[in-house]
Design a binder for this molecule. Structure first.
Ligand SMILES: NC(=O)c1ccc[n+]([C@@H]2O[C@H](COP(=O)([O-])OP(=O)(O)OC[C@H]3O[C@@H](n4cnc5c(N)ncnc54)[C@H](OP(=O)(O)O)[C@@H]3O)[C@@H](O)[C@H]2O)c1
Length: 325
């Protein structure tokens, strides 16, 4: 029996609740749900969860991951601000895991559960040396740039992407590249590189002169013209000691130029994959795949001895969870 506390009842949190209901697994008990307005069930500490699921984007919540791990609570997160913020926080998470034996499930933070982090860690565990990681890690920017051929202004496409639900309600969050910086930090740190957030150069697409997205149109058009018929891609790259996030022109046969829609694509260069990178591609966004990835991380905890000994506890929250979501 695994007692679960869920923080966040937005897109991802609701998908987690829906998936728990559909699974109807007697080995999983949702004992606490919270958002910024209400909580259901006993308080987090009274509920003594085995695992805290972080489906928020909250820095304050991520700042507590190490503390929870140190108590022996497992943490499963879609929130990138644990391992994708300061190096000190990422290291505190590692140290807490080592000290308490608790596990940190972060499959959902990059590529929404695509086997990116797990492949990097498996390669390193097998003695491989990672030389570089490069990827298209923003589904919304991939969608936008796949359509950007100069026939319509870039700001028109940003508007269309918003209507289709591919960008955040404020598209500047996607265009700033900050989310991609966090994902690159998580990937690079999983590859064994102790990068600080400021070690990553970020090319923001947000207009510097004012708020109007139409200010993007002329510079984006100029970038496209300079690409001479090749497509622009928003790439995160740690390679040859340099970490950078921004626009790149890629040849059509580049592994990162394949894929469609909002697909994520990542190329791993290593001693083992020296001639050709290992390429992983697939849907890297969406509440359902993200929730599934989080629950996969929960299921991976089942081999922990504590769970066979724990007594079943009342599943207080699922029905009410829908009401507060
Ligand atoms: N959506 C995706 O496709 C996707 C994919 C991969 C990863 N992620 C990540 O998953 C996380 C959640 O994304 P989302 O799309 O579900 O976001 P969202 O719809 O904005 O939901 C965020 C939830 O977090 C809650 N929250 C914020 N601060 C909190 C706090 N201090 N304590 C408890 N709850 C708090 C909010 O509460 P209120 O309801 O009260 O505002 C809200 O319920 C983010 O970190 C995001 O980057 C999302």
């Amino acid at each position: 029996m695994i007692r679960i506390a869920l923080l966040g009842t937005g897109n991802v949190g609701r998908a987690v609740i829906a998936r728990l209901e559909a699974l109807d697994d007697p080995g999983l008990s949702l004992v606490h749900i919270g958002n910024t307005r209400v909580t259901v069930g006993p308080s987090l500490h009274e509920s003594a969860p085995h695992v805290v699921l972080d489906a928020t984007a909250s820095d304050a919540v991520a700042a507590r991951h190490a503390e929870w791990l140190a108590r022996g609570w497992h943490v499963v997160t879609a929130n990138k601000l644990g391992r994708g913020a300061s190096l000190a926080r990422a290291e505190a998470i590692e140290q807490a895991c080592t000290a308490s034996g608790a596990r940190y499930g972060d499959s959902a933070t990059v590529g929404a559960g695509l086997p990116l982090l797990r492949s990097l860690r498996a390669l390193r565990a097998g003695g491989d040396a990672i030389h570089g990681v490069a990827g298209v890690l923003s589904g919304s920017l991939a969608w936008l740039l796949a359509r950007f051929d100069g026939s319509v202004p870039f700001s028109t496409l940003v508007h269309e992407a918003g209507v289709a639900g591919y960008t955040e309600p404020d598209p500047r969050i996607d265009l700033s590249g900050e989310d991609v910086r966090r994902k690159l930090l998580i990937l690079a740190r999983a590859a064994g590189v102790a990068l600080e957030a400021h070690d990553v150069q970020v090319e923001s697409l947000v207009p510097t002169e004012g708020d109007a997205l139409a200010l993007l149109d002329a510079p984006m058009r100029a970038r496209l013209d300079a690409a001479r018929g090749q497509r622009l891609h928003f790439v995160a790259r740690w390679q040859a000691g340099v970490a950078r996030v921004g626009l790149e022109t890629l040849a059509s046969n580049d592994p990162l130029a394949a894929g469609s829609g909002t697909d994520n694509r990542v190329a791993i260069h290593s001693a083992r994959y020296a001639q050709q990178p290992l390429v992983i591609q697939g849907p890297g966004a969406g509440a359902e795949v993200t929730a599934a990835a989080m629950l996969d991380d929960v299921f991976a905890l089942r081999d922990q001895p504590a769970f066979s000994a724990a007594r079943p506890s009342k599943n207080v929250a699922i029905g009410i969870g829908r009401a507060i979501a």
